[in-house]
Write a protein that binds this ligand. Sequence first.
Ligand SMILES: C[S@@+](CC[C@H](N)C(=O)[O-])C[C@H]1O[C@@H](n2cnc3c(N)ncnc32)[C@H](O)[C@@H]1O
Length: 208
Amino acid sequence: MNNNYDKIANHYDTLSRLVFFRSQVNAQINQLQYIPKNSSVLIVGGGTGWILEELAKVHVSGLKIVYVEISAKMIALSQKRNYKGNHVDFINLGIEDFSTDKNFDIILTPFLFDNFVEERAAKVFVQLDGYLKKDGLWFLVDFSLNKKNGKWWKWALLKSMYSFFKLLDIVEANHLIDMVPYFLKSNYRIIEARSYYSSFIKAFILKK
Ligand SMILES: C[S@@+](CC[C@H](N)C(=O)[O-])C[C@H]1O[C@@H](n2cnc3c(N)ncnc32)[C@H](O)[C@@H]1O
């Protein structure tokens, strides 16, 4: 079980829209206006690549994007996207096995950390932190659930999501890791925090 979405790549977007309508999409689209032109952008776990078309609506060219995705099927779908004049390097690897000497202006990890057990989440945080330039922005979008915002239906939905992904033998995690304390401990500043789907989805922009 390595969090590879190959098995449901062709159905992932439909499933997501069925359960969350456009909340998962809106949480990510809203953040894209913060990307300055000609930025270098690292996207980890971009799924079917719809985000590339949304990025192209904000900047038709000039972005240098590295797109790291563990699922070969997700990469194949993403390569078919119309990302206009932006440059995209597609890398079919788990982020843990990717290394680069490049530094990025922007890092996107949409619905990535909620797949991970804490040990992997902590390691990937340190790895990606090392790739982000000083003053760079990290767009963190994930499910969020705690004793304060936890209505019964969110716990039930989260449990059934994890059970579904366990049944398919895809996702290793059993519960959500709150990543925000990792950022705060590393002195990131929260530039924007937005909630979607009755606060079950949280989208943060964090500045290094
Ligand atoms: C929940 S899906 C989210 C997809 C997309 N971000 C979206 O919101 O539509 C998580 C994606 O992360 C990918 N993934 C999981 N673990 C990964 C890893 N270690 N490195 C790179 N990609 C990973 C999966 O294959 C899957 O496509």
